[in-house]
Ligand binder design. Sequence first.
Ligand SMILES: [Zn+2]
Length: 311
Amino acid sequence: MIRWAAILILFLIAAPHPAAAERVALTFDDLPTLSLSEDPAYATTTTRRLLADLRRERLPAIGFVVGDKFEDTPAVRAALLGRWIRAGVELGNHTYSHGSPNKMGAEAYIADIARDDALLRQILAPAHRTPRWFRHPYLETGPTLADQRRIEAWLAANGYRIAPVTVVNSDDQFALPYDEAILKGDRGAAAAIQGEYLAYTAICLDWYRKAALELLGRRPDLVMLLHASRLNADSLGDLAAMLRTRGLTPSPLDVVMRDPAYAIAEVQADANGDDWLERWSVTLKKDLDWTGFQDPPADVVAATARLDTEP
Ligand SMILES: [Zn+2]
């Protein structure tokens, strides 16, 4: 009897854990929409399609709100954000004016976060919710470590956790040229941009997974940065299939953030807006292998530079 118990204990210790599911959190920035057009009808269609596909594909998600979008039409802004709230998608803070702490300084930057916080609390109050997550615009966390710590202290004191990013597919580079094609009614051009976007996303997913595996010696759960664009509204089914064929399970941000990798402390300021793999590589003193990494297609980048008139 005792021998059997000992064997059983040995078996339990030695038995391999079942392969942990590799999770990915989908995070959508620049709500209500990242778009070439502030036409409420266009924004509403984008929002409806995004939310319908999130539900159909059973994709947990979080949206990060920029308060000054649709500032002149607060009723439109409230209606668009109300759709996300009713769909059960959590809303987080992405600052009020999408500024950079490098340009504004920490104090003005914190005031801008607080302004977005006030708007979010007002919008979320009827649903008895409060904002819990913050995403830095441009992933810029502060020009010095002291600035970064000061911003982090405000966030923590006000109930926020920071949403890191460990997969980037530069979807914002494709979004405006796609809008332009859709608004012109040029379906051929739109399909071509979407094709380039999906091909580039596959390259990025594979590179980030490989880089994370090499850096940590295991596959961490991932946080993917996306934007609330028409392009993503029209591509969510393809994106979901791309994740699932790679064995990635779309999961809530809270769950992904339980991965211990996200506890790796930053030891040096990162003024460049780098993703968190690059930040971890600094802390762990281990270079990332950039082999296989590609920049977005030059024609798409050029089209975005032409269309993006914001400073
Ligand atoms: Zn943004």
